[in-house]
Design a protein around this ligand. Structure first.
Ligand code: ADP
Ligand code: MG
Length: 568
């Protein structure tokens, strides 16, 4: 069948009930139907599935769809079956099928009934399946969530690495369609290489989500109270709150419940039945809020999620973008609120400690971007889009004023002289200190480690004592982001000068630092609190309710569920 003979629009109407293609869909589909390798980069909700489903339905043979998400595959299969004459039009092939079921799938494919065959990448390693697929007509191979192939992506899956070999075994000239919502130039390059399709035609949609409002607040002890207040102000609206740990998820869900918010927890530690139940409650609006680990959300297609809160900052900008992308999919309001403390970055760094050095390097680089994003004073949207290789102009671009930094600009101060002092101190002390000790040197506080080194740094001891230790810590972070300094991975965090840093010492240039950061009193290690936004204080009543509940639940959960509120 040639492209000319196909009325794509009528197929769109017939199978999906839509009258218009969305964004680049039509161009993509033409390219797929023409049998070319195709690379599709569209944000979540952009309509990528249709880019392979529609061509599969009208092409000769069976399209193989690789996806890491079993639940999602099932949804898609059900949806396609619902509008087709034959149930065999779409199948999932996986290890849970019994012999009879596998035979049925094979028969439907052989008889040309099956247009879409969904497989998890690990199932494709099964000899039996590959041997069978070699013998039938395959229209093309779609690799959904293609970023899983890259270690630079936010969701690397080793099984994806074998895909290239497997595809070659199934058929030498099978067209490949790679799809992802995550493509930094680095991931993009990785996907093309790893799938073996350097010649693919690439279709990239804009990643701008103009209806999302981005905001980063400093994370202080009152973060839970702050979140409760936010949720209560958005009473009745659907939202997702992401936490790093299961314990936090449980704790925060309870705090919300106590405060009369309809909230349920979701994490991989809950049994499958409970997870499905909570997910359905969210979709059916029996609960307003899901407090979740990142286990929640892949494939959740609830259009009217009105806010996504990150209680803990994620480990990369990609993850952040993916997770916030679940807000406002219907084009309506979507508030993305992240709580940031540098401590959390250090926590994430610690998780990486045991991993291979190469992996750690990637991890650190990604985290550095998260720090930069959180501490930046430029438009968050501009920052994110720049990260994805897009230029964005705040004055003219859609959604240009939809973030905290644009609406409430931070004041900037010139820190050129201090950066020079900082970098010189690193040089004069022979690059042997981690950030915390370096700050002690700068302000002239001795400790055991510094005393043992003292002779070679006398000239610089206390050179920065005019400023607060917390000021120096914040400056170090911003200088790391600017890459004048780097953290040594082998020695876990010793600061070293980069070439750019050495250049700066000889040739200092302007260095603007966001000024209106005040620094948390309790901590020397760089929690930044913003004098404007931060510092929400729990009211008396809430505090005492929480304390009661904490007592009652401490035993049950094995951990105090509310670590945020300290006893007076
Ligand atoms: P992605 O995989 O890019 O995140 P999906 O394929 O899941 O996006 O599609 C997101 C939503 O957009 C789905 O609800 C889908 O039905 C809808 N959609 C896709 N194409 C169209 C279209 N042409 N017109 C209207 N809605 C569409
Ligand atoms: Mg998708």
């Amino acid at each position: 069948m040639s492209i000319a003979e196909i009325d794509l629009h009528s197929a769109l109407k017939k199978y999906f009930g839509f009258s218009e293609f969305k964004g680049l869909q039509e161009e993509v589909i033409k390219n797929v139907v023409a049998g070319n390798n195709t690379f599709v980069i569209m944000p979540t909700g952009g309509g990528k599935s249709l880019c392979y489903q529609l061509p599969a339905l009208i092409a000769e043979g069976t399209a193989i769809v690789v996806s890491p998400l079993i639940a999602l595959m099932k949804n898609q299969v059900d949806a396609i079956r619902a509008v087709s004459e034959h149930e065999g039009v779409a199948h999932v092939l996986n290890s849970s099928l019994n012999k009879t079921e596998v035979k049925r799938v094979k028969d439907d494919i052989t008889n040309g009934i099956t247009k879409l065959l969904y497989v998890a990448p690990e199932s494709l390693t099964k000899e039996e399946y590959v041997d069978f697929l070699r013998t039938v007509k395959i229209s093309f191979m779609a690799v959904d969530e293609a970023h899983c192939i890259s270690e630079w992506g936010h969701d690397f899956r080793p099984e994806y690495r074998n895909l290239k070999t497997i595809i070659k075994r199934i058929g030498d000239d099978i067209p490949i369609v790679g799809l992802t919502a995550t493509a930094t130039p680095k991931v993009q390059e990785d996907i093309l290489k790893s799938l073996g399709m350097p010649n693919a035609v690439t279709f990239k949609a804009s990643f701008n989500r103009p209806n999302l409002y981005y905001e980063v607040r400093p994370k202080t002890k009152t973060v839970d109270a702050d979140i409760i207040r936010f949720v209560k102000q958005n009473d009745g609206k659907s939202g997702i709150i992401y936490c790093l740990s299961r314990k936090r998820v449980e704790g925060l869900a309870q705090v919300l419940q106590v405060n009369g918010v309809k909230a349920v927890p979701y994490h991989a530690g809950l049994d499958a039945k409970t997870r499905v139940k909570h997910q359905d409650m969210f979709l059916m609006e029996d609960t307003d809020v899901v407090v979740a680990t990142i286990a929640f959300g892949m494939g959740i297609d609830k259009p009217d999620v009105r806010f996504v809160i990150h209680h803990d900052i994620p480990k990369s900008i990609e993850s952040y973008y993916q997770e916030t992308g679940r807000a406002g999919r219907d084009g309506g309001e979507g508030h993305c609120l992240a709580y940031y403390a540098y401590k959390d970055i250090e926590k994430l760094e610690k998780f990486m400690a045991g991993k291979p050095v190469a992996e750690q390097e990637i991890g650190h680089a990604l985290l550095q971007e998260v720090v930069a994003f959180s501490e930046t004073s430029v438009s968050r949207r501009k920052f994110i889009l720049h990260y994805f290789g897009e230029e964005f102009d705040n004055e003219t671009g859609e959604g240009g004023d939809m973030d905290d930094n644009v609406r409430f600009p931070k004041k900037q101060v010139e820190a050129q002289d201090d950066v020079k002092i900082l970098l010189e101190t690193v040089a004069k002390t022979n690059e042997k200190y981690k950030a915390k000790d370096l700050v002690q040197v700068l302000v002239g506080n001795s400790n055991a480690l510094i005393s043992s080194h003292k002779t070679d740094l006398q000239a610089h001891f206390g050179v920065g004592k005019a400023k607060d230790p917390r000021y120096w810590m914040a400056l170090i972070r911003q200088v790391l982001v600017a890459r004048f300094l780097k953290k040594d991975i082998e020695t876990y965090g010793v600061l070293r000068l980069s070439n750019e840093g050495k250049d700066f010492i000889n040739n200092p240039t302007s260095f603007m630092m966001a000024e209106d950061h005040v620094f948390d009193e309790e901590s020397n290690d760089g929690i930044v609190t913003n004098s404007k936004g931060g510092g929400a204080v729990a009211d008396e009543k809430l505090m005492s309710m929480l304390k009661d509940l904490r007592k009652r639940n401490a035993k049950k959960l094995g951990v105090p569920p509310f670590v945020i509120f300290q006893d007076p």
